[in-house]
Write a new protein. Sequence first.
Length: 58
Amino acid sequence: MKYADIDKRKKAFIFELDNVIYPEKDYLYQVYYIFASLLEYTENFDAKETTNLMVDTY
């Protein structure tokens, strides 16, 4: 698609990026890792074990 092909009457151009930039699995792993690191910092849980638990569960 070229910019010239976009309908001039439209005021917005919306699209989704699910699994386009990087796989959802990689995104979720990053979230699990960050959350587990927060738990390790605040609650003294082992981050690696927590991350592995979340990956295995979800």
